[in-house]
Write a protein that binds this ligand. Structure first.
Ligand code: KIV
Length: 288
């Protein structure tokens, strides 16, 4: 009689020849810098639970992002604004337990760092204690002292510029940023200041491809694009979007990797292969 997978451990058993032995060395910040220096594209996906963490890690995704997009994707909120620190700590812990070798970033949710450097530090510590290896916070200019304090305290930081979802109301909705010369210059200046403050990675969201490319070329740290064209140092997508699980119209910058794939693991492997080979994103289809 054919065996049926009864629990998550059985479901995952096929992923590694020896379940006790990870199939690659852990991805470290040093390794990400090596990849960047060698011109190798960095692959990132959002991840919110232990089971997917294991699948994405085994499929070779370099970086897992416990994004505050979980408030929209998992909990049905219209924006990321209502996500709490408790939720981020809970999901970061789950992902950390499923992950073995990918680099793990956790988002600092809205309200967890805006008020003061001390509050930012305290909340970043909670995410690191839950298993994050780096924290991500949105915005430029006013975030520079926060980044400096975190980095000085030994907490690696990923900055996030362009469309910053926690500022959705201030930005007038889900809009491409850096479209004109003045805003593109501001974006580049903010990015430079954040890198100088010690940010080790930058996520750049919904920015015209040409602007993203020149910003990436000018910056001494890897830029991970989402809706920012093919000229970035790597790519990130929301996992559920690239698995075609989004209700309604697909976003312009997303490809459904489940199309033509035999299953989730294969779709994720395809994403990794296509980003590494420069086949995703396709400037004509996915760029602004
Ligand atoms: O929260 C998130 O998923 C993100 C990505 C869109 C980069 O910040």
């Amino acid at each position: 009689m054919a065996a049926t997978a009864a629990n998550p451990a059985d479901t995952l058993a096929h992923l590694s020849q020896n379940p006790l032995m990870p199939s690659r060395r852990p991805v470290t910040l040093h390794r990400l810098r090596e990849m960047y220096a060698a011109g190798e594209k960095i692959t990132m996906l959002t991840c919110y639970d232990a089971l997917f963490a294991r699948v994405l890690d085994e499929a070779g995704v370099d970086v897992l992002l416990v994004g505050d997009s979980l408030g929209m994707v998992l909990n049905g909120h219209p924006t990321t604004l209502s996500v709490s620190m408790e939720e981020m700590v809970y999901h970061t812990g789950s992902v950390a337990r499923g992950n073995r070798t990918a680099w793990l970033i956790a988002d600092m949710p809205f309200g967890s760092y805006q008020e003061s450097t001390d509050l930012c530090m305290r909340n970043a510590v909670k995410l690191m204690q839950a298993g994050a290896q780096m924290v991500k916070l949105e915005g430029g200019g006013w975030t520079v002292p926060l980044v400096r304090r975190l980095v000085d305290s030994g907490i690696p930081v990923c900055a996030h510029l362009g469309f910053t979802p926690q500022s959705v109301h201030a930005l007038g909705g889900y809009r491409v940023q850096g479209r004109n010369e003045a805003s593109a210059e501001l974006l580049a200046a903010d990015a430079k200041d954040l890198a100088e403050a010690g940010a080790a990675l930058l996520v750049l969201e919904m920015v015209p491809s040409a602007t993203a490319r020149s910003l990436t070329e000018a910056l001494p740290i890897p830029v991970i694009g989402i809706g920012a064209g093919a000229g970035c140092s790597g790519q990130v997508l929301v996992l559920h979007d690239m698995l075609g699980l989004k209700a309604g119209e697909p976003l312009r910058f997303v490809r459904n990797f489940m199309e033509g794939a035999g299953g989730i693991e294969q779709a994720v492997r395809q994403y990794v292969a296509d980003v590494r080979a420069g086949r995703f994103p396709d400037e004509k289809l996915h760029g602004f």
